[in-house]
Design a protein around this ligand. Sequence first.
Ligand SMILES: Cc1cc2nc3c(=O)[nH]c(=O)nc-3n(C[C@H](O)[C@H](O)[C@H](O)COP(=O)(O)OP(=O)(O)OC[C@H]3O[C@@H](n4cnc5c(N)ncnc54)[C@H](O)[C@@H]3O)c2cc1C
Length: 380
Amino acid sequence: MKNPFDTDERRAFRETVARFVKQEIEPNADAWDEAGSFPWEVHEQACALGLFGFGIDEQYGGLGFEDAFMRAASAEELGRGGIGGVIAAIGSRGIMVGLVNSLANEAIKRRALPEILSGVKGGALGITEPSGGSDVASMQTRARRDGDEYVLNGSKTFITGGMNASYFAIAARTGEEGGTGISLFFVEAGMPGFSRTAIERKMGWWASDTATLYFDECRVPAANLMGEENRGFLSVLNNFNFERLFMCAQMLGMARRCLDESIAYAQQRKTFGKPLIKHQVIRHKLAEMSSRIDAMDALINQICWNINEGEAPVAEISKAKFFCSTALEYCANEAMQIFGGAGYLRGNPVERIYRETKVMTIGGGSAEIMRDLAVRQMGL
Ligand SMILES: Cc1cc2nc3c(=O)[nH]c(=O)nc-3n(C[C@H](O)[C@H](O)[C@H](O)COP(=O)(O)OP(=O)(O)OC[C@H]3O[C@@H](n4cnc5c(N)ncnc54)[C@H](O)[C@@H]3O)c2cc1C
């Protein structure tokens, strides 16, 4: 179907990302996933495409312009590659650079942003704590002011990119209980009192590094406070919007890959004397998958258009996040079914996508929390 929002520039960008995924990521997907890591050059190659520079000035290594459609197109093509771990590890910088760009001081921006955006260094976002991730306002990591430093105590967990990242955007409590006592800090891996351990043996995203971070009297210069003290909560919530849009588009790409793989397999696999694709039950599955993919695509386009118009369609993004994860779960499940036993084997992209759908319903705001947020936005 023709996309009314396509332009030559957007098409060219999408094709560049798709080519990169086909040539550099897909052939290595199994090996990198089994190894639980991939070469650092891939960060640099991906960043050279400008994947994370939207909305950031060129002087800091950004693209100098914003376009939600191009953000979404890149996420979709990465998702189509069918290896979420690589996207997660590369993309962890993408969920923190917006905060650094809008809130960090000039010296940090000049030094760190070019390094993060060029892929030379990694960045990660630390919100979730061992005590919970959904109830962000209840976080327990604390930061107290001590002269020209803040002293952080507490822990963050499930931090994507957290083992390899050099720079972190960390949320910590500086004030009263609840959302009005939270601040954001720019923390560097080598700061005194900072340590981390790896979270191994995840259900999916094997190629990505995931960490628990510890702050034990961790001393951070007061100048590393990002934004105003006790005003970080709203920034955290706003920052989620681009993360969620990215995830929605990534899920669209994953769902498309499920459909493509299913069609190709159903055309060549024969049962009861004819190709699978000639059996009505299978044809209906393909029709259902395709209709849900169309709906995801339309919803994402609508959201991108609104963002480009300068709006913040928070409710629509929340609805899209759970709509897309439900649609993806359907597509991945049906694709597995169409593959039969062959889908159950490691090395099949559908098998990996099936395992990696779950994190899309949990990370970046769970399906339950997204529904809560959406209905609150409806004034209920
Ligand atoms: C692979 C992976 C990577 C991640 N990367 C990052 C990262 O880079 N940075 C980061 O900060 N976090 C990250 N996270 C954490 C993620 O954001 C949290 O897991 C998520 O927000 C849910 O928090 P929780 O796991 O503590 O679940 P909890 O908050 O304990 O919730 C448990 C369950 O209860 C449900 N629930 C909670 N409250 C309610 C309610 N009021 N009504 C109904 N149901 C409710 C939730 O939806 C969930 O299903 C990552 C998680 C994973 C698995």
